[in-house]
Design a protein around this ligand. Structure first.
Ligand code: ADP
Ligand code: MG
Length: 466
């Protein structure tokens, strides 16, 4: 495996892509390649097997989506490429990105195949033909075994978030799927980290791969890390102090255990902070609801374990709080990487008790620098008398895709029919049976009442405030 030389340039136009694809990229506001795209696209487009490693939010999806679309023959209704992902959420995100990028091409059919959904509609869609399938290893293997999916024409196989797929115990399913792929193919492996399991995976299934690594650990600068020493009995209260002092709009708080998550969420909620807990026992629907609220800026704090947060595409947060120090320095880097957007700095706070100091030592060694220590006594309540509040409130409309509701219908009802300004309306997410719309906190109550009395898409609807 060779490490590649630095990227030659970051202009998409230097790539062998069709004018239509290039024009679409521009429409999407993709002006320059991100570093991982600049490093991997020329190689992937040339047909090389690839191991690409870069942190979450660095644009890895387009780094494999573009080669996959560039080589596609839309006239042949057979599966020509396949993306394996660790979770349904990630598979859906990849599908969406593929569809956005494919808008330039005529009628590229992308199909998501994940567990948790019934087989029958998936089988029917497969029978209709698809160019690209995206899914989780277990469900895809299921289809292969039942022969409802054929990979005879597969040209490109992508393993996305390979580290997480292994963490989640998918090694055997991945092996089963790859055993049913044609030998003659291009394999692209993407990962945020590069642990031994991923190296083994690459050695087994990739052919003369090139390796590209964008190590942003040495250029974070944007992330300001602070450590606070705490006693066990003040740890949870310290989180509230941090929130009140720094007042980040959105914070992801990592705990080492589920128990700690519940305690923290309860404490914050008791202080009137909009905090939601993400844990493994949630039903998929509740999990989606939590994520929608965090993404649309109507939840201030998401409290999660590493396992629950795995596979979430949330980056660019104002703050990450390590409520406990993780024993794994690599996990720490991963947690902290969720903060700091392209243009703005983010905060990463860590609370450490005396007996977590050896863990902090490991983190220091990995980051190649000493931690910056601060005292809890520096944390003063904000002069703002208002409690920390998210800017938006989520309204849930009972009715979704099944009722043919589209985002435009909801926006129309709120702006055209009810007279709200477009800038008072935030993200609109249409789910299977429910639609979630974020609205300015100031209009939430009125808007819920007005929607309940009015109509969406010509029908009366039930609306409630989450
Ligand atoms: P990763 O898979 O590395 O976590 P994603 O592929 O999900 O990252 O990309 C993160 C975000 O960056 C997405 O919202 C994507 O649309 C956006 N993005 C990707 N490439 C570019 C680009 N070249 N220019 C602008 N935005 C981009
Ligand atoms: Mg990704």
């Amino acid at each position: 495996m060779n490490a590649s030389s630095p990227p030659p340039g970051d202009d998409f136009a230097t790539l062998p892509l069709s004018p239509a694809l290039l024009a679409n990229l521009q429409r999407l506001g993709y002006v320059r390649m991100t570093p991982i795209q600049a490093a991997s696209l020329p190689l992937a487009l040339a047909g090389t097997d690839l191991i690409a490693q870069a942190k979450t939010g660095s644009g890895k999806t387009a780094a494999f989506a573009l080669p996959l679309l560039a080589g596609l023959d839309a006239k042949r209704f057979v599966v020509q490429s396949m993306v394996l992902c660790p979770t349904r959420e990630l598979a859906e995100q990849v599908t969406q990105e593929l569809r956005r990028l494919a808008r330039a091409e005529d009628n590229v059919k992308v199909l998501t195949l994940c567990g948790g959904a019934t087989m029958r509609p998936q089988v029917a869609s497969l029978a209709h033909g698809a160019h690209v399938v995206v899914g989780t290893p277990g469900r895809i293997l299921d289809h292969l075994v039942r022969e409802t999916l054929s990979l005879d024409a597969l040209r490109i196989l992508v393993l996305d978030e390979a580290d997480r797929m292994l963490d989640m115990g998918f090694a055997e399913e991945i092996a089963g799927v790859i055993a049913r792929c044609p030998r003659q193919r291009q394999t692209l492996l993407f990962s945020a980290t590069y642990p031994p399991g991923v190296i083994k995976l690459a050695q087994r299934y990739l052919r003369n791969p090139q390796q590209v690594t964008i190590d942003e650990r040495h250029a974070p600068g944007k992330i300001r890390q602070r450590f606070y020493e705490v006693r066990e009995d003040e740890r949870l209260r310290a989180v509230a102090l941090l929130l009140d002092h720094y007042r980040p709009e959105r914070t992801l708080a990592f705990c080492n255990t589920k128990q700690r998550c519940s305690e923290l969420a309860a404490l914050l909620q008791a202080q009137g902070i909009v905090a939601l807990e993400l844990h493994g026992d949630l039903e998929q629907r509740d999990r989606d609801q939590v994520l929608v609220q965090f993404a649309n800026r109507s939840c201030s704090v998401l409290v999660a374990t590493d396992v629950a947060a795995r596979g979430l595409d949330i980056a660019g947060l104002e703050a990450v709080i390590n409520v406990d120090v993780t024993p794994d320095a690599e996990v720490h880097t991963h947690r902290v990487g969720r903060t700091g957007r392209a243009d703005e700095a983010g905060w990463a706070f860590s609370l450490a008790s005396r007996n977590e100091m050896d863990r902090v030592g490991r983190i220091d060694r990995m980051q190649g620098s000493d931690s910056a220590w601060h005292a809890l006594s520096e944390l003063t309540p904000s002069p703002d008398p208002e409690p920390l509040r998210p800017p938006m409130v989520t309204l849930q409309i009972l009715g979704g895709r099944k009722d043919k509701i589209r985002p435009g219908d909801v926006l129309g009802a709120l702006t055209k029919d009810l007279g709200y300004r477009a800038d008072q309306i935030g993200k609109i997410s249409v789910g299977e049976f429910s639609t979630y719309v974020a609205v300015d906190r100031g209009i939430a109550r009125d808007a819920a009442r007005a929607l309940n009395a009015g109509k969406v898409k010509g029908r009366t609807v039930k609306v409630r405030r989450l």
